[in-house]
Design a binder for this molecule. Structure first.
Ligand code: INI
Length: 158
């Protein structure tokens, strides 16, 4: 008989850290609201949620690493928004944020959900931050909940 592991989406005692970029705060605050709402709808209480603000998406990986290494959190949820139209160094900021966050998860074993929008325009970002294309902060929070359950099931497997 095959074994199948699939996690419940109910938050129990696990704690979550949200790290959010202040650059493009108009978008970031909406991603944060979506993520917190999702955590709470799935059972998290206020005392299980920590929010940390950083200047920009570039700074997300370092703060995520410190949070992951603290041992206090079952998952880190990284939120931010990089808009191509605003800067010629879009590629660097977006790529380093993505690469850095992936490295944090791989180095620490703590899941890091990627809720960083990388868009061509502000309009596209608005669409993904709570309007017609949903809320990517909420999606990232749901992934974080699922991954805490998956990892806990794998780590306690007999
Ligand atoms: N940071 C973002 O989060 N989004 C952006 O679109 C952005 N742009 O356009 O430059 C941005 N830049 C700031 C960067 O993340 C750092 O905070 C800054 O370079 C200081 O290290």
């Amino acid at each position: 008989m095959s074994e199948r592991i699939s996690a419940s989406l109910v938050v129990q005692s696990q704690r979550f850290a949200l790290v959010v970029s202040r650059f493009n705060e108009f978008i970031g605050s909406r991603l944060l609201a979506g993520a917190v709402d999702t955590l709470k709808r799935h059972g998290a209480r206020d005392d299980q949620i920590t929010e940390v603000c950083v200047p920009g998406a570039w700074e997300l990986p370092l703060a995520a690493k410190a949070l992951a290494e603290s041992g206090k959190y079952a998952a880190v949820i990284a939120l931010g928004c990089v808009i191509r139209g605003q800067t010629p160094h879009f590629e660097y900021v977006a790529a380093e944020a993505a690469k850095g966050l992936a490295q944090v998860a791989m180095q620490t074993g703590v899941p890091v959900a990627f809720g960083v929008l990388t868009t061509d325009t502000l309009e596209q970002a608005i669409e993904r931050a709570g309007s017609k294309s949903g809320n990517k902060g909420a999606d990232a929070a749901l992934s974080a909940i699922e991954m805490t359950g998956v990892l806990s099931a794998i780590r306690t497997m007999k």
